[in-house]
Ligand binder design. Structure first.
Ligand SMILES: Cc1c2[nH]c(c1CCC(=O)O)Cc1[nH]c(c(CCC(=O)O)c1C)Cc1[nH]c(c(CCC(=O)O)c1C)Cc1[nH]c(c(C)c1CCC(=O)O)C2
Length: 358
């Protein structure tokens, strides 16, 4: 095996091939030929070609089939001409891989058979090894060969958001069991988040070593917390994850919903790029995050259900607010919704590219 064929060689080869892409330049806060665009949840039910290949295959099973993962990941790149691909998987895949009994229920989300709430339960969270997720390495090898100079974003769930699913046993609005554990047994909580930080770090390392050019840590539900609680009870674990992958030199993106009050801390946790939902304009978000970081966002996804004129006007507002930023990656403020018209997304990519061409 020559150096270039080894895992490290594959990683380096892919990361140098994508190095000059608009997406990675924006993440590094360098000048770009146009503002890069990608969409959270760009692969999925909004695309008829996705529904077709997923027919009869449960979500978690589809994540374990490298050919299918490759096809689904490429679908939005082909169709929308987005500037980056995001690896098709789910935040609960590493938990399933270490033997947690969970499923993804259509229209509901991840459901855990036996929630984790006690010290004894913690023992069920064993370390993740790269062999547990060998299909990820295989899929990314296939994918990067197809993607050429289009960067692949790897991702994982952040410790708080994973803990929320594990402790509640499923999706929750109030996060009551999670918060009861966090406030009521700080040591058990810290140990739980530390375990999850280990698992998440390994999952991201596997993706980077296989050829991902950037990673996004999704802390989707952390906006439920006050800043002081975030700093004390969550930030150490998220920082541990960011530190674990710092050495690779790939951009690290951090995103959550309803995190206006947490943006500064989420940047401080170790992100190079801070994702912003639609509630805070990007110029204000930049003041909260401070210098030295790029921002990603932040068109309200629901705007896509309005007319093209409205989509363009609201996009102009986002681009105007982004004008003084050190680096800007255009995205929605949260994920693509299944009922969205995929043509509206394709037009949006084209619109941002044209409006920002330099
Ligand atoms: C919270 C969260 C989850 N999963 C994820 C998050 C963080 C992002 C966010 O904040 O939205 C991350 C995720 N999940 C999926 C991706 C794929 C990559 C992409 O963005 O295109 C990504 C990045 C596929 C998926 N993950 C899921 C689907 C839908 C299932 C299907 O197509 O059968 C997809 C395409 C299932 C899932 N998994 C989860 C939910 C809430 C759901 C939706 C349940 C439903 O509405 O049916 C947990």
């Amino acid at each position: 095996m020559s150096a270039m064929d080894s895992p490290q060689g594959q990683q380096k080869k892919q990361q140098s091939r994508t190095y000059d892409s608009a997406f990675l330049k924006a993440c590094r806060r360098e000048p770009v030929p146009h503002t890069p665009v990608w969409f959270m949840r760009q692969a999925g039910r909004s695309l008829p070609e996705y529904l077709k290949v997923r027919e009869g295959i449960p979500m978690l099973e589809s994540c374990m089939r490298p050919e299918l993962v490759t096809e689904i990941t490429l679908q939005p790149v082909r169709r929308h001409k987005v500037d980056a691909a995001i690896y098709f998987s789910d935040i609960v895949v590493p938990l399933k891989a270490i033997g947690i009994d969970l499923d993804i229920k259509p229209g509901v989300g991840p459901v855990v058979a036996d929630p984790i709430r006690t010290r004894a339960d913690l023992a069920r969270l064993r370390d993740l090894t790269p062999e547990d997720v060998h299909y990820v390495t295989e899929a990314i090898g296939m994918l990067t060969a197809e993607l050429g100079d289009t960067p692949l974003i790897g991702f994982a769930g952040a410790p708080f958001t994973l803990a929320s699913y594990l402790v509640e046993g499923g999706p929750s609005r109030s996060h009551e069991h999670t918060k009861a554990l966090m406030y009521g047994d700080p040591q058990l909580w810290a140990d739980l988040l530390d375990r999850l930080a280990e698992i998440t770090s390994t999952f991201l390392k596997v993706q980077i070593e296989a050829g991902a050019s950037a990673v996004q840590l999704f802390d989707s539900w952390v906006g439920a917390l006050a800043p002081a609680d975030y700093r004390r009870s969550v930030m150490p674990a998220s920082t541990k994850v960011f530190d674990a992958v710092a050495g690779y030199g790939v951009p690290r993106i951090h995103f959550g919903v309803g995190t206006g009050e947490l943006l500064g801390l989420m940047g401080e946790a170790g992100a190079d790029v801070v994702g912003v939902d639609w509630r805070v304009p990007l110029d204000e978000a930049a003041r909260r995050v401070g210098p030295g970081k790029a921002l990603q966002g932040n068109l309200d996804p629901a705007v896509l259900f309005a007319s093209t004129e409205v989509v363009e006007a609201k996009t102009d507002e986002v681009l105007a607010a982004a004008e003084g930023l050190e680096g800007h990656v255009f995205n929605l403020g949260h994920g693509v919704m299944p009922a969205m018209d995929p043509d509206a997304l394709t037009r949006l990519v084209e619109y941002v590219h044209t409006r920002t061409a330099r």
